[in-house]
Design a protein around this ligand. Structure first.
Ligand SMILES: Cc1ncc(COP(=O)(O)O)c(C=O)c1O
Length: 395
């Protein structure tokens, strides 16, 4: 592999980490090992694999060369010793958390979590006897009050969905470390281009690679990044649960990663311009964007992120009828419940990520019927702003 110990830039990692092409008469692009199983050179090789003394590939559910390229790129980007790619972001979170917890253990986390993670913690993991304590955003400063002798994991997400609140990773990870608690960060919204939680003292990073890492809305994948031992433990669970990624999807992920830095730069610039423009519009009640000084956690974002991201939310003056008219009038922005792709999309949290939540919980999360979430893509910002303005004018 061409990855070596020399420190490289993120753009180098995106393009070259994990690739094995230098000085070889081979394809420039990443080969797709579209196979479920590998031919072995002989019984001796099989014996070495069984004894754990060979690194030869055996079976794609365990590891695959194309997937390994994606893993090496992400490990380099997150400044991690190793990375595990999984079939989805959910699978990554499950493997990372279960690698640290057994029945009777507890997770401390935030109320402002991605809805799927909330369900996993409050339903799926509870069935395994693992309890979660979900702390409201404004109480995170006293996180230590929620740690017990059974707390094994502090699970954080920043910026949050959809209010783009940011939490201080360095401060919280330090408190967790003092108590021997492992800090796991969902870095999906920021991507490793903007935020590197391991460098801030966190222990593991998980991603929905479905979003910015893939970047083209054409694959579902996840990742766990961190120290070799922890990633190996997560890989063992991935092998048991069967949540591996198909090699072709890994190829798409590798291809998407090559432009990650460029896409993030453009999308972040667009988002900043859109936040500015929306603030000026008379039909907009409030803009939620970490780049704005009044946003909860602006200071934390300024400290720990390279730029303020490409996600933003805003409140339309009114409620569901106004949101409906706005969405119907859009000509470029697409209503879609994911994020992080090259095309600009929008979502309506009340009916997607936050569907079914009580009024009280929604108020606590600062989400209402007027909240619209934007995932800013890489189009020309003038086109994006013009479309938002004309649709808002028609509300
Ligand atoms: C922040 C965050 N984490 C995790 C996930 C889960 O990822 P996936 O859909 O790839 O399983 C999502 C999906 O929307 C997400 O937004």
């Amino acid at each position: 592999m061409s990855t070596n110990n020399r420190a490289h830039s993120d753009s180098w990692a995106c393009l070259h980490a994990g690739e094995d092409r230098l000085g070889k008469n081979t394809s420039l692009t990443t080969d797709i090992a579209q196979t479920s199983v590998f031919a072995l050179s002989g019984i001796d090789e099989m014996r070495k694999i069984a004894e754990g003394t060979s690194t030869a590939y055996l079976y794609t559910r365990y590891a695959n060369p194309t997937t390994r390229v994606a893993e090496q790129k992400l490990a380099a980007l997150e400044q991690a010793e190793d990375c595990l790619i999984t079939a989805s972001g959910q699978a990554a979170t499950l493997c990372a958390v279960l690698a640290a917890c057994v029945t009777g253990d507890e997770i401390v986390s935030m109320l402002d979590l991605y809805g799927g993670t909330l369900k996993l913690f409050e339903d799926g993991l509870r069935r395994f006897g693992i309890k979660s304590r979900l702390v409201p955003f404004h109480e995170l400063g006293e996180i230590e009050k929620h740690f017990t002798d059974r707390t094994r994991v502090l699970f954080l997400e920043t910026p949050t969905n959809p209010t783009l609140r940011c939490v201080d990773l360095e401060a919280l990870a330090a408190k967790a470390r003092k108590r021997g608690v492992v800090t796991i960060v969902d870095n999906t919204f920021a991507s490793p281009i903007l935020q590197k939680p391991l460098a801030l003292g966190c222990d593991l990073v998980v991603h929905s690679a479905t979003k910015y890492l893939g970047g083209h809305n054409d694959l579902t994948a996840g990742a766990v990044c961190g120290p070799v031992l922890a990633v190996s433990a997560a890989r063992e669970l991935m092998k048991q649960f069967g949540g591996c990624l198909d090699p072709f999807a890994s190829y798409l992920l590798v291809r998407g990663l090559k432009t990650l830095e460029l896409r993030m730069e453009r999308a972040c610039r667009n988002a900043a311009a859109i936040a500015e423009a929306l603030q000026q519009h008379p039909k907009v009640a409030r803009v939620l964007y970490p780049g704005l000084k009044q946003n909860d956690g602006h200071a934390a974002a300024a400290r720990q992120m390279k730029a303020f991201g490409a996600m933003l939310s805003f409140e339309i003056k009114g409620g569901t009828p106004e949101v409906e008219r706005f969405v119907q009038a859009l000509e470029t922005w697409v209503l879609a419940a994911s994020l992080g792709g090259v095309e600009s999309t929008l979502s309506y949290p009340l009916l997607s990520s936050h569907v079914g939540l009580s009024e009280a919980r929604l108020r606590q999360l600062d989400v209402s019927a007027a909240t619209v979430r934007l995932s800013v893509g890489i189009e020309n910002s003038a086109d994006l702003i013009a479309d938002l303005r004309q649709a808002l004018d028609r509300v």
